[in-house]
Design a protein around this ligand. Sequence first.
Ligand code: G1P
Length: 285
Amino acid sequence: MVRKAVLPAAGLGTRFLPVTKAVPKEMLPILDRPCIEYVVVEAIEAGITDIVLVTSRGKSAMEDYFDRSPALEATLEAAGKTALLAEVRRVARLATVVTVRQQEQRGLGHAVLAAASAVGDEPFAVLLGDDIIDAPTPAIGQLARVHAETGSAVVALQEVPRSETKRYGICAGEMEAPNRMRVRAMVEKPAPEDAPSNLSIVGRYILPAEIFDILRRTAPGAGGEIQLTDAIAVLAARGEVCGLLFEGRRFDTGNPLGLLEATLHEALRRPAYAEGARALLKRFA
Ligand code: G1P
């Protein structure tokens, strides 16, 4: 049973500058909720109880968001705004959230390593906030099921056009089932001509606690950063990693147009917004 999830959220959000000068990119909204909430909800719906947020200086808005807000609650209560009050309280009750700080920006692997003592000695999930997934069952839950069946580490996979391999970690290995690969090799952000396949890692992982020791020994890789992919590749070379072609649709909210696409998708999905969103889209057609 996977109980804990690490959410790396310490990045500078350079693709969203200048807004990320003052607002953490994880707090940018999809409609009325920050991106990070969708990822936390995915984890909770998969049965995860403890969220470890890896943050950095200037990102305390995230902690405030998942905390109680007594003054706001009192104001809403006094004004009789019960629906809003319930909504504000709902967020604070979503999960047990602890935060750890990544003191230097040395890459995704380094960010995950910052969560080592909060995770302890048990398998855990990693969810990257730039990837928001709409799925019939939570994507991280699909991975956790494969972990329970196989005991392996698990990474989420999706096919990408070959021209895009340099944006992702890419996996190679043999298919064990139509939707499942026994991963033998992993390369972070290869050029199309060097990519061993067109199966890319999406930001969902189930990892053993051993990954922390491997990360401590992992030298900087692509982009001069300590890469999570390079550490998992050590497990893959031992045959201890599964890749799951998960069910669901992934949105890359790490850039403005991707966030817009995710926002439109969510608006069309949520009854309160669907009709208005369809009318808006017609006006732009
Ligand atoms: C990270 C990982 C990469 C993975 C990607 C998925 O890259 O390093 O392996 O494919 O997330 O979104 P980033 O997007 O942080 O550069």
